[in-house]
Design a protein around this ligand. Structure first.
Ligand SMILES: *Cc1c(COP(=O)(O)O)cnc(C)c1O
Length: 381
């Protein structure tokens, strides 16, 4: 299929500076984790987001796993997550023996339905993980209120893009913990990669240890202890310096990358608005307090049948338009945690069945985007 595609859905950005950085790492004797570029990326993110400590990880999946380890979950503990989500958002807790409790979605934003959260809280509930879908914030006033009132740890999955905000405050600064992804489909890529943001200081010391095989190596490197040894459970969540060299180059260009992505997003919105109204199609909705990260531009078509036709129609024009998450409550694995048919999550399912994404990446030419817009505009429901 891919060789028949002229306009791919996404294309990762590698900057020239990233390649220069990479060559420096190759020439150096520090190829493993926690060298110059790992520190560079984490400091850049801490400053740019105004958040707590940033620990670079090998993926967002690993950042969520590290978060789950930090929660010290016991079997049977519950974590509220959106059903319209990536499997890693559930797996991280399942790996600890906890149960993901699936919450329905807000149809307009693709985010968790914050008004449903409280009804799902039990005495076993320990945490809420939410995704800011497309970098459009969840209603953080409500979520933070619910988390505080019920004494729950709040985790923001910010895989869809740093640098978005809510009420002028950057996403990734609201939760006790937050996670980032630098997978090659995301706004900034190191091929595979991620980060854990630690805003609640009580998690910091253990997070450093767990990220480095359960050793106190970080303290040793800072000269705070005179030998390093096994002190706790842990794993290896460090990205290599090769990855961080590429990421550092991409993050240095963040203003250019984000403003171009935003321009592409805005052009889709403006050019497709009247077509959407005529055809009963919904475009992304960005609530008042949110400034987003231009991670995805999506359409919500009236039905699954329309979406299947639409994807084939675009493919005939050599344009790749994928759908997105398949709701977890309905998945073969998810059914183990969600058996009650009476609580089918209708909106998550609707998003799974009707949402489709248009090509959006840094470097997508105006000409190619014009072709995508023309193709979409010639599709009728
Ligand atoms: C991509 C993504 C992940 C997983 O990221 P990896 O870095 O590939 O592990 C997790 N959550 C969300 C919301 C994502 O979009």
């Amino acid at each position: 299929m891919s060789k028949n595609i002229l306009i791919p859905f996404t294309r990762p950005y590698v900057s020239k500076a990233g390649l220069v950085n990479l060559q420096k790492v190759v020439n150096s004797s520090h190829h493993c984790g926690d060298g110059f570029y790992t520190e560079y990326c984490s400091q850049l993110l801490e400053k740019a987001l105004g958040c707590g400590k940033v620990l670079m990880t090998s993926s967002c999946t690993h950042a969520i796993e590290l978060a789950a380890l930090l929660l010290e979950l016991s079997p049977g503990d519950e974590v509220l997550i959106p059903s319209f989500a990536f499997p890693s958002c559930a797996n991280a807790f399942v790996l600890r023996g906890a149960n993901p409790i699936f919450c329905d979605s807000n149809l307009e934003t693709g985010n968790i339905d914050v008004d449903k959260l409280e009804s799902l809280i039990t005495e076993r509930t320990r945490a809420i993980l939410l995704i800011h879908y497309g970098g459009v914030a969840c209603d953080m006033d409500k979520v933070v209120g619910v988390a505080r009132k019920n004494n729950l740890t709040l985790i923001e999955d910010l895989a869809h893009g740093p640098f978005a905000s809510y009420g002028g405050k950057k996403l990734g600064t609201f939760g006790d913990l937050a996670t980032l992804s630098f997978h090659h489909t995301k706004n900034f890529s190191s091929g595979e990669g991620g980060a854990l943001i630690i805003n609640n200081k009580k998690y910091l010391e253990r997070a450093e240890i767990m990220r480095e095989k359960g050793t106190n190596r970080s303290k040793f490197m800072r000269g705070q202890v005179d030998k390093y040894t096994w002190v706790d459970v842990g794993s290896s969540y460090l990205p290599s310096e090769f990855q961080m060299a590429i990421l550092a180059g991409a993050l240095d260009d963040r203003f250019e990358v984000q403003s171009e992505r935003m321009a592409i997003w805005d052009r889709y919105f403006n050019c497709l608005n009247s077509w959407a109204i005529d055809n009963g199609v919904a475009l992304p909705s960005v609530p008042m307090k949110c400034s987003h990260s231009a991670h995805v531009f999506y359409l919500r078509l009236p039905s699954l049948r329309d979406r299947t036709r639409f994807i084939a129609f675009m493919r005939d024009r050599k344009i790749d338009c994928p759908f997105h998450y398949q709701s977890l409550d309905n998945s073969p694995m998810g059914l183990n945690f969600f058996s009650s048919d009476s609580r089918r999550l209708a909106k998550a399912e609707l998003l799974s069945n009707t949402l489709v994404r248009l090509p959006l990446w840094f470097g997508l030419s105006a000409h190619d985007q014009g072709n995508v817009i023309d193709a979409v505009s010639s599709f009728s429901i």
